[in-house]
Each structure stands twice: as structure tokens, then as C-alpha cells.
Design a protein around this ligand. Structure first.
Ligand code: FMN
Length: 200
């Protein structure tokens, strides 16, 4: 598509897609996940995000099955560091989170370095747009998606595992898979809660 869609039909499907997206938590995301071609399309959608000065101030690291155990270890270690009294059950629960969802990737933003004109805020907005593009395309392909965060994202172990540089920030995990459970119902905020008009 080289031109923006300009029809009532296009607006209707865009609204259906946007309002139809719902968080489906990783524990409710089952196989099959996107196949290789679908995953490339989903990842490619990130590239359409607005990006001031073309910095590409974000990256995504896929966590394949072979690397889930290492991620689980990082989650478990992070919990131990935060809470020396964590029970074996809690540690196991933390480790288990690494094994959920067919597609799991970490979203990382580069909030500093390089072009000093582009602030951390602008870079984070770009990262959010890239993530949302992927969520929407995955939804359009029929998959469930979710974003998950948590204190482990800031742990040294996780940062080392993902080869993160000092100017990088781990934003959240992105999960994609087949919807295996009820979607969480959520009342979206009314427009007047987040829109106002500047008074002259
Ligand atoms: C950066 C980010 C991190 C998130 N982390 C979590 C999380 O750790 N656990 C969770 O249940 N939801 C997480 N969410 C998802 C929100 O809870 C969810 O988007 C919100 O409840 C609205 O639901 P909806 O996406 O279905 O509209 C996160 C969302 C964002 C933007």
C-alpha cells in the first residue's frame, strides 16, 4: 500500500482491529504461534513506526525454545536478589514464566546515545508505536498478544543475558500465540478522560 487508505471501509476495518485488540496473557497463549512468514510480517510492521531522524531507537530479541531455560534462570535469580526469603514455589513460578507463549520477545529501547536532538521520550514513543504495530498485525492475523513487564526487566542478570548496553532500557516482553482462554474484558477510557482543548 503506497497511499494511506481513504475509504469508509478502510476506517471501519481499522477501527475493528484497533478496538478488537485485547490483552491475552501469556499463560493463555498456546501453540501454534505465527509461522515463519507470519512472524516476519509481524516484525516488519514495527518498521512502519514513526521514527524521528530514522534512529531505529528500539530492537526486539526473540527468545526461542532453546533459550527459554536461560531466561527462566534470569527470572529466578532476579527474584532471589529482590527477595532472599522467596519460597521455592515462588522461584519456580518466576522460572515458569519464561516458558509461556509460542512467540516471546523482549522489547528494548535505546533511550540515549547517538543523536542528542532526539530525546528519550521521543524514542520511547517510537518504540511504543513499533510495538503497537506488531500487536495490531498479529491481531489481524488472528493471534492473541500481550505485553508483560516486571522488576526482572531491570535486573543485571537479564540485562547481561540480552546483551544490553548502558543506554538501553528493557521495556516489556511481547507474547504472541493462539488464544486459548477467555480474553480479559476491559472498559476503555472515554475520550473526554484524555482529551481537552487548549483555552485561548
Ligand atoms: C509496557 C507495558 C507493560 C505491561 N505489563 C503488563 C504485565 O506485566 N502484566 C499484565 O497483566 N499486563 C501488562 N500490561 C498490559 C496492560 O495490563 C493492558 O494493556 C491493560 O490492562 C489494558 O488491557 P487491553 O490491552 O486488553 O486493552 C502491560 C502494558 C504495557 C503497555
Amino acid at each position: 500500500m503506497t497511499q494511506p487508505p481513504d475509504s469508509a471501509f478502510a476506517a471501519e476495518w481499522a477501527e475493528t482491529l484497533i478496538h478488537g485488540r485485547r490483552t491475552v496473557l501469556p499463560k493463555r497463549l498456546a501453540e501454534p504461534g505465527p509461522d515463519a512468514a507470519q512472524l516476519q510480517r509481524i516484525l516488519g510492521a514495527a518498521a512502519a513506526a514513526p521514527d524521528h531522524h530514522d534512529l531505529v531507537p528500539w530492537r526486539f530479541v526473540l527468545v526461542p525454545a532453546s533459550a527459554r531455560a536461560a531466561l527462566g534462570e534470569a527470572f529466578a535469580t532476579s527474584l532471589h536478589e529482590r527477595d532472599a526469603l522467596a519460597t521455592p514455589g515462588q522461584v519456580e513460578e518466576a522460572r515458569t514464566k519464561a516458558f509461556r507463549s509460542p512467540v516471546l520477545m523482549l522489547a528494548i529501547a535505546r533511550t540515549g546515545g547517538g543523536d542528542p536532538e532526539i530525546s528519550a521520550a521521543e524514542r520511547l514513543v517510537s518504540a511504543g508505536c513499533a510495538i503497537q504495530n506488531m500487536l495490531l498485525l498479529a491481531s489481524a492475523l488472528g493471534f492473541g498478544t500481550s505485553l508483560t513487564s516486571g522488576k526482572a526487566l531491570r535486573s543485571q542478570g537479564l540485562r547481561a543475558l540480552f546483551g544490553m548496553q548502558p543506554e538501553e532500557e528493557a521495556l516489556c516482553f511481547v507474547s504472541i500465540g493462539t488464544i486459548a482462554g477467555a480474553k480479559r474484558a476491559r472498559v476503555r477510557p472515554a475520550v473526554d478522560r484524555y482529551v481537552s482543548e487548549l483555552k485561548p
